[in-house]
Design a protein around this ligand. Sequence first.
Ligand SMILES: C[S@@+](CC[C@H](N)C(=O)[O-])C[C@H]1O[C@@H](n2cnc3c(N)ncnc32)[C@H](O)[C@@H]1O
Length: 327
Amino acid sequence: MTSVNFTRAAEIAAMAATIGRLLTQVMPRRDQVARLARMNKPLMNDPELVRFLQWCLPKLGLRWAGFRKVRGTVRKRLTRRIRDLKLPNLAAYRDRLETDRSEWRRLEDMCRIPISRFYRDKAVYDFLAGEVLPACAQAAQSRKGKVLRVLSAGCASGEEPYTIALIWTLRLAKAFPGVALEITAIDVDDTMLSRAKSGCYAAGSLKHLPSDLRENGFEPIDGLYCLREAFRRSVNLEKADIRQGLPDGPFDLILCRNTAFTYFDDAAQKAVFSDLEARLRFAGYLVIGGHESLPGQALGFERLTVGLPVYRKTGKAGKLSARGRHR
Ligand SMILES: C[S@@+](CC[C@H](N)C(=O)[O-])C[C@H]1O[C@@H](n2cnc3c(N)ncnc32)[C@H](O)[C@@H]1O
């Protein structure tokens, strides 16, 4: 080999060594690869999740049927929790629950579904704006104090009570001088309540709001839409578990939508329904979710119109038929 070739070979060898060093720096080590694989490996398959939920939900007073469609949300939270606890799988988490009572509280938190939107279920809000709120306001006008009281039970991040406040303030208040709206909005979840207190939302939350309410109700701040002060004043946000009791009534209108009558078991639904009825004024209105029904025979309530989950307290047993009187 000539000296020129020798120099060239040495250069190539040095280059190869440098590339090798660089590669070991950028390529993950075998233990890192194994750790990444463990992290990405699903901790549970769907049948395991379903079995787990069918086992634990009844112990929390909740029902599997309500969670069928939203179990993906619970799965994500469970996976995060199992990883935080450094447990290998769902079976180990179940063992943990068997021995650690305090973990049930964490599990219950993971089983709360936070989905909500402004003007969720257009037909319901149109009916509330056109019929129910004016009827409540008329009744309030003839009472001493002239206060129209609304309860939003399971209010999430405030979308539901604030929708009522927007409708009232922007569309109805002028027609009922002297009537004051007072909304009590409760939720058991601190995160939901602090979001409700901040009153700022991503554009997607507002997409079903009619344009007059959207344009006059919010101001853009840092890429979010923040509810103007005028629409917050009538809403009192409180932390409360609706299974432990409700704020004092009487209320003219109660909204309990997509919470008790979807996720709670039969006994809890009946207990909540009885509390709601007790807090509702005679001839007051109860609104539930579009896919929900009232437990038992729901005696003493009449459904106001076919297809809408809006009921009026009649106080008389056996009236639950849809009469179409408001059509
Ligand atoms: C699916 S959201 C429904 C929000 C709103 N009512 C709607 O229909 O758009 C259910 C809310 O109920 C709350 N919740 C669940 N269990 C509750 C309880 N026992 N007491 C009070 N709030 C509860 C959850 O934290 C969540 O914010």
